[in-house]
Design a protein around this ligand. Structure first.
Ligand SMILES: *[C@@H]1O[C@H](CO)[C@@H](O)[C@H](O)[C@H]1NC(C)=O
Ligand SMILES: *[C@@H]1O[C@H](CO)[C@@H](O)[C@H](O)[C@H]1NC(C)=O
Ligand SMILES: *[C@@H]1O[C@H](CO)[C@@H](O)[C@H](O)[C@H]1NC(C)=O
Ligand SMILES: *[C@@H]1O[C@H](CO)[C@@H](O)[C@H](O)[C@H]1NC(C)=O
Ligand SMILES: *[C@@H]1O[C@H](CO)[C@@H](O)[C@H](O)[C@H]1NC(C)=O
Ligand SMILES: *[C@@H]1O[C@H](CO)[C@@H](O)[C@H](O)[C@H]1NC(C)=O
Ligand SMILES: *[C@@H]1O[C@H](CO)[C@@H](O)[C@H](O)[C@H]1NC(C)=O
Ligand SMILES: *[C@@H]1O[C@H](CO)[C@@H](O)[C@H](O)[C@H]1NC(C)=O
Ligand SMILES: *[C@@H]1O[C@H](CO)[C@@H](O)[C@H](O)[C@H]1NC(C)=O
Ligand SMILES: *[C@@H]1O[C@H](CO)[C@@H](O)[C@H](O)[C@H]1NC(C)=O
Ligand SMILES: *[C@@H]1O[C@H](CO)[C@@H](O)[C@H](O)[C@H]1NC(C)=O
Length: 404
């Protein structure tokens, strides 16, 4: 026995260390570049406020690489591609900036791309919520603004947290407001410390969208966004929007559901995941949380009004956009004072490869629930058995008393 312990200790140590190292090691190695290969005058400097922007995050894993391309050229769009390790990004900048010609963004060799999809933010919609119920209705005054061709400020890249910040001021639309989109990539699974604590993986990115100081042109102005997803599919079906409900979300208290916009594919597709919650002040607290409504998903190719320029158009040909889905979401809830109450709304979502993470309950929650449910059960069962036994014994005693 003593001998076994002596011999076994280093082995046990090794196994523990190996497990620990596996737990600590990142699942993907990330790198981030900005406007790579751009040698045309537009990237060289003079018009600083309207530089083209193309952020490229590469996540290298054991067996494959995921690429995230973020850009506001044309329509703000986030593209993801899962490729083999050989894949090299090739950008034809002149063609990209001219009209986002198909093929101006590609990977070399062509067969290195295993899967790809994209998310676009196509419209900002102002609506006068006449009945103050939060919902956008066709009888409300609706003013859609196409988010195509806006001027975006120089993108801010953070090399340590692998994030990029895109800001635009809507001045050219006669508005004083700004829209900001922050994108963050991750090397492994986890959650950000800020609400709504969305789960992320090494295959997904988080988007934090902020609308600030947009002009309220109506008494009851609220804002809504139109989003579109496109994907290449090998016949696994169309885009779906599913709402999963939970008893309560321990990560986002007071929120009872999660929305998953899925692009099915074989073996894996991609998804956009969000919780129906937004925040009306920079401080993301439960008090500052407001509801986010989602509307019907449109998947009819001929009905959806696609933008005509984006990095999705630069990558996919029209024929490759097999799956399409468009959905509106609106921000605010009855009696919250409308957008003008704070002139600020922020919302988060995550876009990634694979299956959307499920909001599972942790072990502690299970233990608490088990103890909560189990203890009374134990008392009932054991107590009941005890009572039965003692009753039985009493009967027996009574019977023996009678026979004797
Ligand atoms: C890579 O592939 C091997 C063999 O198929 C598999 O065992 C391993 O889990 C894969 N690694 C990842 C990170 O998917
Ligand atoms: C996209 O459409 C707008 C007008 O709707 C037009 O001004 C622009 O030139 C078009 N862009 C391309 C690339 O076709
Ligand atoms: C907006 O809604 C409010 C409240 O119902 C209403 O008084 C106002 O006339 C509406 N404005 C327009 C332009 O419809
Ligand atoms: C624009 O942003 C890029 C990336 O963050 C940076 O390298 C460049 O210096 C910036 N240019 C200006 C003028 O701020
Ligand atoms: C980048 O992000 C890290 C982590 O959030 C932060 O500590 C750092 O200040 C940021 N760097 C810049 C230049 O903003
Ligand atoms: C972009 O917008 C965010 C949120 O409104 C703000 O915190 C940040 O300072 C802005 N960045 C620039 C460069 O304007
Ligand atoms: C990320 O994708 C790889 C395949 O490329 C897969 O093996 C891995 O399980 C995925 N990670 C998560 C957390 O889903
Ligand atoms: C929004 O407006 C407030 C108040 O007028 C101002 O302090 C703030 O700087 C503005 N923010 C942006 C991003 O324009
Ligand atoms: C929000 O902006 C409107 C103009 O659209 C302004 O009248 C109102 O005072 C602002 N509200 C706050 C809280 O700053
Ligand atoms: C889609 O492609 C994957 C891998 O390339 C393959 O395993 C799967 O059978 C294909 N599905 C269909 C329906 O063609
Ligand atoms: C989103 O709302 C706008 C305005 O009501 C409408 O024109 C557009 O068709 C809607 N988009 C979808 C996908 O339903």
């Amino acid at each position: 026995m003593a001998l076994w312990v002596k011999r076994g200790t280093p082995l046990v140590f090794c196994i523990l260390l190996a497990l620990l190292a596996k737990g600590l090691a990142a699942d993907r190695k990330l790198s981030i570049t900005y406007n790579e290969q751009c040698d045309i005058p537009e990237c060289m400097g003079s018009h600083l406020d309207n530089q083209p922007n193309l952020v490229h995050v590469t996540g290298t894993g054991d067996n494959d690489t995921v690429h995230f391309l973020w850009s506001s050229i044309g329509t703000p769009t986030f593209l993801l591609a899962r490729t083999t390790h050989e894949a090299q990004l090739v950008v034809n900048w002149a063609a990209l900036l001219q009209d986002t010609t198909t093929g101006s963004i590609s990977f070399k060799p062509a067969d290195s791309v295993l899967y790809s999809s994209a998310l676009m933010f196509t419209k900002l919609i102002e609506y006068n919520d006449t009945e103050d119920d939060g919902m956008m209705k066709s009888k409300d005054v609706l003013v859609p603004t196409v988010l195509n061709g806006l001027q975006w400020q120089n993108t801010t890249i953070n090399q340590t947290e692998f994030s990029a910040m895109f800001n635009t001021s809507l001045g050219e639309l006669g508005d004083y407001g700004t829209i900001a989109m922050k994108l963050t990539a991750f090397s492994d699974s986890g959650r950000l410390t800020s609400l709504p604590h969305l789960p992320h993986t090494e295959n997904s990115t988080q988007l934090d969208l902020t609308m600030q100081n947009l002009t309220s042109n109506y008494v009851n102005t609220r804002f809504a966004l139109e989003m579109m997803v496109v994907g290449s599919s090998n016949g696994s079906g169309g885009v779906e929007l599913k709402q999963d409900t939970t008893i309560d979300d321990q990560y986002t208290p007071g929120t009872f559901s999660v929305l998953n916009l899925k692009l099915p594919n074989s073996p894996e597709g991609s998804y956009l995941q969000w919780k129906p919650v937004s925040y009306v002040l920079t401080e993301r607290t439960m008090e500052n949380a407001r509801h986010v409504y989602q509307y019907n998903l449109d998947t009819k190719r001929d009905q959806i009004k696609m933008p005509n320029a984006s990095i999705a158009h630069a990558f996919f040909s029209a024929a490759e956009m097999v799956q399409v889905g468009a959905v509106n979401i609106s921000f605010g809830i009855t009696k919250d004072g409308f957008f003008k109450k704070t002139n600020y709304t922020s919302w988060s979502a995550s876009f990634g490869y694979g299956k959307p993470p499920e909001e599972y309950m942790t072990l502690t929650v299970y233990i608490v629930i088990s103890v909560g449910l189990g203890l009374p059960l134990i008392i009932v069962v054991f107590g009941g058995t005890g009572v039965c036994i003692s009753k039985h014994r009493q009967k027996k005693r009574n019977r023996s008393l009678l026979t004797n």
